[in-house]
Design a protein around this ligand. Structure first.
Ligand SMILES: Nc1ncnc2c1ncn2[C@@H]1O[C@H](COP(=O)(O)OP(=O)(O)O)[C@@H](O)[C@H]1O
Ligand SMILES: N[C@@H](CCOP(=O)(O)O)C(=O)O
Length: 320
């Protein structure tokens, strides 16, 4: 999505009084995105994004997310910067929701990612992993195995409405992950949702990353396979190994993978596909309907889970 929460002009005007953004000239809700309510603001000082944080974002985590953007930007990773109020704070309350203003990033997300886009995203993902290494705050991944179990418990009963046989299929996956999820690979700060709609380009040059609201500490290679899933499948759900090879090469041009990470790619990719299938399934079954809410199809990620189950060697992803 989305705009889950509406904001009145007078409430917004009052909220903005404490921010150094000048006079409000216009604002409108942004239909894109899934998790939070976003508004584009035009003010006397330019364009800004106002975000009202919704159900999956804990207010206590906001200093981590917004602090991370400040940290990464300071290390040369292009991403939005939180706007500080006159009192130094960056988190406020608007329409009953936690809210923040961040700077506007130029660029467009690629509707049809090419191998060149994939190479760039791999390169910048690795640069982000390196830049995050000395970020002083930590946040466990709320959507790791325990979080997946909670989503599944809330959706399993109605899973067959989406795909016959899904309950059995996912139960079997959980048994595999409980037994074999990798525990000791290189870990650090990950973006955890680096889909094409969260990466802006000017032409084929990456201009910035947005949407750090799933960022956390977890396995670095898990972030990489999330990108393989999001960037390297075609509309017919075939894996494009040229794009996969480009993304992996871009990544390894900055941070070479260890042998253990390479071997773990299939199970990590399968787990990441399950994670996105589960949030989509949950929202499909329980999320609100409305003109400014676009629900994402869990079936896409059911197909990807099946693809990864059939992988025999990590080379199939395009490793050299
Ligand atoms: N800093 C930014 N600069 C420009 N546009 C932004 C920025 N942040 C968000 N947007 C716009 O808002 C949309 C939704 O943002 P996103 O953070 O992905 O929302 P959600 O967290 O709800 O998924 C993006 O697709 C983009 O159009
Ligand atoms: N990328 C997730 C949904 C999260 O939405 P985003 O707009 O923040 O990318 C998915 O595709 O399921």
């Amino acid at each position: 999505m989305a705009v889950y929460t509406d904001v009145t002009e007078s409430d917004l005007g009052a909220f903005l009084r404490d921010y150094p953004v000048g006079e409000l000239l216009s604002y409108k809700g942004i239909a894109e995105g899934t998790e939070n309510s976003n508004f584009l603001l035009h003010t006397g000082q330019g364009s800004f994004i106002l975000t009202l944080y919704e159900k999956r974002v804990e207010k206590a985590d906001l200093p981590f997310f917004l602090g991370l953007m400040d940290h990464l930007a300071g290390k040369g990773i292009s991403c939005p910067l939180p706007v500080h109020r006159q009192d130094g704070g960056i988190i406020g309350t608007l329409a009953g929701r936690p809210a923040a203003i961040i700077t506007f990033l130029e660029g467009m997300w690629p509707r049809r990612p090419t191998a060149a886009h994939c190479r760039e995203v791999g390169r910048v993902l690795a640069a982000m992993h390196v830049a995050g290494a000395d970020f002083p705050m930590t946040r466990p991944n709320a959507l790791a195995l325990d979080g997946w179990r909670d989503l599944w418990a809330a959706s399993r009963e109605r899973a067959e409405e989406v795909e016959p046989g899904l309950a059995r299929e996912v139960d079997a996956d959980f048994a595999v992950f409980e037994e074999s999820w990798p525990a000791s690979l290189p870990a650090g700060i990950i973006h955890a949702d680096l889909f094409p709609d969260n990466v802006f380009f000017l032409g084929e040059k990456l201009s910035g990353l947005i949407d750090f609201y799933f960022a956390c500490n977890d396995l670095l290679a898990y972030d990489l396979v999330t990108c393989l899933n999001a960037w390297c499948f075609e509309k017919d759900m075939s894996y494009n190994v040229t794009k996969g090879a480009a993304l992996l090469a871009g990544y390894q041009s900055v941070r070479p993978l260890t042998d253990d990470e390479k071997q773990a790619l299939p199970i990590l990719a399968r787990g990441s596909a399950l994670r996105f299938m589960l949030t989509r399934l949950y929202d499909w079954l329980h999320g609100p309907d409305g003109d400014l809410v676009v629900k994402r199809d869990p079936a896409e990620y059911i197909r990807k889970m099946r693809f990864h189950r059939a992988i025999v060697s990590p080379q199939e992803y395009g490793l050299p």
